[in-house]
Design a protein around this ligand. Structure first.
Ligand code: FAD
Length: 384
């Protein structure tokens, strides 16, 4: 249900790309009061650009597009810095950690996900999910030599590729308990191509590595597994993100906050977009789905209920040493089928095409063709 209590504002929690895009889209349609909340003083930037930061030899300031104050001036909204502690949906009330309160008309949750880092109490161990994170560890790199990236997902492999091509002359290692890089996202053969490309460029890859100990040894970080006992100057934890549901216990949730195709949660007047949302069965914490969500939700909140139009968009993994483009897989139960040395599709138990992995030249040449082949599954399963 959308409410139209003129005296109360539309409140957006989260000034990441999802929250900001929603405000831009909504402002084209309505002049209603908007309050934007974030737990920290934000800069406006494009998160995917973090992955090429070292190779492109940028400065942190060059990544910043706008200060949040300028964004708010341009989009006529008010910004409040503060961590939202919880929401009381029956009263349409937001409570901050500092006990401040706000009543909303409609609430947009754009709270993203937080980086998983069980070791953030250690010196020279960093997370990697924001410009703030990057700015903390990038400062350290000029006088460091041995860097270890924990994890083997998209952010981990992109960072390894970026650091090794940075010209900083670093020894870069990836350490993961997985048996392959990008396990579950790409087939083993494609993972081996990526691994080979990284190894040929001097990245050390430790697979099947069960971390037995990680601790500080003076200014360095000691990492011990069954196979290694190594000191690193700097460790970056790239274990992915976790959605924080503590803001409201009554929200329906799974991998993300569950919504229908209107981005409406199970609670009246509360909607979700971006990395924090799971739309029906689909959890897609990426830019293209977020942009479609933002447009649809802006229409809905402005008074025209609009379903999100999702497409099977490729995710282009920024590993120029071995370009990779992936779709899905959009079904949890799938198997890989090889088409050629550079292309694979994934299918579910009914034989429906539910994903694809393209590498090297196929990542450039076959994307559009593959996207078209995946559309029928989207229409059948997702209904968009
Ligand atoms: C290095 C990197 C590279 C990427 N590259 C790509 C790419 O190439 N293509 C692609 O599609 N996607 C990419 N992604 C993913 C993409 O960037 C994200 O999907 C997108 O930026 C998420 O935006 P968001 O606004 O939903 O979340 P976030 O950016 O996480 O923003 C959420 C905001 O909510 C605030 N917040 C959370 N809880 C509270 C609270 N309780 N109170 C107040 N504020 C709160 C946080 O402070 C944060 O500012 C990449 C991600 C990373 C880390």
């Amino acid at each position: 249900m959308i409410r139209d209590d003129l005296e109360n504002p539309i409140v957006v929690i989260g000034a990441g790309m999802a929250g900001l895009n929603f405000i831009r889209d909504f402002r084209k349609l309505s002049n209603k009061e908007i309050i934007l909340i974030d737990q920290s003083e934000k800069k406006v930037y494009s998160k995917p650009q973090l992955s090429n930061f070292f190779k492109n030899k940028k400065t942190i300031n060059e990544l910043v597009q706008l200060d949040i104050e300028d964004f708010c001036l341009q989009n006529n909204c008010k910004f409040i810095v503060g961590r939202v502690d919880h929401i009381i949906p029956e009263k349409k009330l937001i409570l901050f950690q500092n006990k401040q309160e706000i009543i909303y008309e409609n609430l947009i949750l754009a709270t993203g996900g937080s980086a998983i880092n069980p070791f953030n109490n250690l010196k020279n161990v960093y997370s990697y999910n924001s410009l703030d994170d990057l700015s903390k560890f990038s400062k350290q790199l000029s006088n460091k030599k041995k860097v270890c990236i924990l994890g083997s997902g998209i952010v981990a492999v992109e960072l390894a590729n970026d650091l090794i091509m940075s010209g900083l002359n670093l020894d870069v290692s990836i350490l993961t308990r997985s048996k392959n890089l990008l396990e579950y996202r790409i087939p083993e053969e494609a993972a081996l191509s990526l691994q080979e490309s990284l190894i040929q460029n001097n990245v050390i890859v430790h697979l099947n590595a069960d971390l037995k100990n990680i601790s500080n040894a003076q200014d360095q970080v000691l990492i011990q597994t069954d196979a290694i006992n190594e000191l690193y100057d700097l460790v970056i934890v790239a274990y992915g993100i976790k959605v924080d549901f503590s803001i409201c216990a009554e929200l329906s949730k799974e991998k993300g906050i569950r919504t229908n195709l209107y981005l409406q949660t199970n609670l009246d007047c509360i909607f979700a977009i971006g990395d924090c949302v799971q739309i029906e069965k689909l959890y897609m914490p990426f830019i293209a789905p977020m942009l479609s969500q933002s447009k649809a939700l802006a229409m809905t909140i402005a008074g025209t209920p609009t379903k999100v139009h999702l497409m099977p968009n490729p995710l282009n993994i920024k590993t120029p040493l071995c370009p990779i483009s992936v779709f899905g897989p959009y079904d949890q139960n799938f198997y890989w089928e090889k088409l050629s040395d550079v292309s694979w599709v994934s299918k579910n138990k009914n034989g429906d095409l539910v994903g694809a992995c393209l590498i090297q030249e196929a990542a450039r040449d076959l994307r559009i063709e593959m996207q078209e082949k995946l559309i029928p599954f989207f229409i059948k399963e997702i209904g968009t």
